[in-house]
Design a protein around this ligand. Structure first.
Ligand code: GLV
Ligand code: MN
Ligand code: MN
Length: 408
């Protein structure tokens, strides 16, 4: 039996939340930045204080290992991510890493020895905001992305992942390859409204939506905003605006769970009295059904083409990143459910519309996730909140599931 120390967990959450804190109570800690380095340094110190064997792999994932009584047994892997969105919330990712840390502290407090080793992890670049492959560290670890491809990704300034890792001193030398893992669980906030709406306090996550990211570049011709008649223009901005409106309507035409988002948008040359000659925007489409995602991608490309023909412009649409939908492991979901029943926690099984590193781990080990409720479902926003009672309740369930899996 492990009990989460409510106050120590809170203190640790507040401490980490100061690293990259925003004025509005959020977190701005993009992957492989100076703030991420400080969070990583704190994490490594915390792992070392627990006497764990710490290792950093070539993509910067940080692992700590707590030995079990059977040195030959495969470990149970727990953890999440410490990077955040720009002006994001404090709970996304960080809560799962710190619940994992507190689980290990709780095991030590109570002198619990498990048969299997337990490994804790902080994955590199879960968010995919600075380097646009989300779930990067876990994808390399699971063998789903080549290390060299991952290291060569660039941010908006042209800095590569490899350079950024070197700059913050997290270019580790441990192979970033799959290892044998008995089971993996990740605790995360729900980031949606379902638990609150149903009056439940735990989500047992059965899978993750499929999703695709695209980047559209529209090319027109710049002109004077005064003398150039409307019908002779080749306006990249007007094209993009048309296309974006259509992309926003697409989900309703496809399926009840489909969603689409245009999250980045830039135009050039960027002058009040010049017809824009370039527009660039990103598209994120998701659904539980991969065929819906595929159809959405096709339709996005068609809508951009149609908008171009209306405005005498041209465009290219590039596929940036995608993952297929995932079904997590039933037996791990069942362990979570039986622990939740023992602890009297009201739960529901649900899919995740948000991407999670557990998606990739599921390819190499039996995996599932636990969700804590998000107040108003608000997330990727500085106002993101999960009530502390909910954090502690979910962490207690997570700790018990970890012990259960580590004694299997
Ligand atoms: C990550 O937060 C994602 O779902 O894109
Ligand atoms: Mn996350
Ligand atoms: Mn996120």
């Amino acid at each position: 039996m492990v009990t989460i120390d409510r106050e120590r967990f809170r203190e640790s959450f507040e401490n980490y939340s100061r690293i990259g804190a925003t004025a509005n109570g959020g977190l701005h800690r993009l992957t492989l930045t100076e703030a991420d380095k400080r969070a990583r340094d704190t994490f490594v110190d915390d792992l070392e204080a627990l006497g764990l064997d710490v290792r950093i792999d070539r993509i910067g994932n940080i692992f700590g290992r707590r030995d079990g009584t059977d040195p030959t047994a495969d470990p149970v892997l727990i953890g999440s991510h410490l990077d955040s969105q720009p002006y994001g919330g404090r709970f996304d990712g960080q809560l799962g890493v710190l619940a994992s840390l507190e689980t290990l502290r709780g095991l030590d407090d109570e002198g619990v020895e498990t048969e299997r080793p337990i490994e804790i992890v902080n994955w590199t670049n879960e968010e995919g905001s600075r380097f646009q492959n989300a779930l990067l560290g876990s994808s390399v670890f699971a063998g789903n992305t080549e290390l060299e491809t991952a290291l060569g990704l660039t941010d908006d300034e042209g800095t590569t992942v490899e350079e950024a890792l070197g700059e913050i001193g997290y270019d580790g030398d441990h192979p970033a390859g799959p290892s044998d893992i008995h089971a993996h669980i990740e605790l995360h906030i729900e980031q949606g409204p379902s638990l609150e709406a149903h009056g439940n306090t735990l989500g047992i996550v059965e899978g993750v939506y499929g999703m695709s990211w695209l980047r559209a570049t529209i090319t027109g011709d710049s002109d004077h905003a005064g003398p150039t008649p409307m019908h002779t223009r080749s306006d990249a901005m007007a094209t993009a605006a048309d296309a974006v409106s259509e992309i926003n309507r697409l989900p309703n035409r496809l399926s009840a769970d489909a969603v689409s988002t245009v999250g980045e948008f830039t135009i050039g040359p960027g002058s009040i009295n010049v017809v824009p000659d370039t527009a660039e925007f990103t598209v994120d489409v998701r659904s539980d059904d991969d065929s819906v995602v595929a159809e959405a991608v096709t339709r996005v490309k068609q809508e951009v083409e149609h908008a171009c023909s209306r405005h005498s412009t041209t465009a290219s649409v590039e596929d940036v990143w995608s993952i297929e939908s995932t079904a997590f492991d039933d037996s791990v979901c069942d362990v979570i459910e039986s622990v939740a029943d023992d602890q009297g926690i009201a739960h529901e099984r649900m899919p995740s519309g948000a991407a999670h590193d557990a998606k990739h781990l599921n390819d190499i080990a039996p995996t599932a996730m636990l969700f804590a409720p998000s107040v108003d479902g608000k997330t990727h926003n500085e106002a993101e909140l999960t009530e502390w009672d909910d954090c502690v309740r979910t962490a207690n369930c997570y700790a018990a599931v970890t012990v259960e899996l580590a004694t299997q």
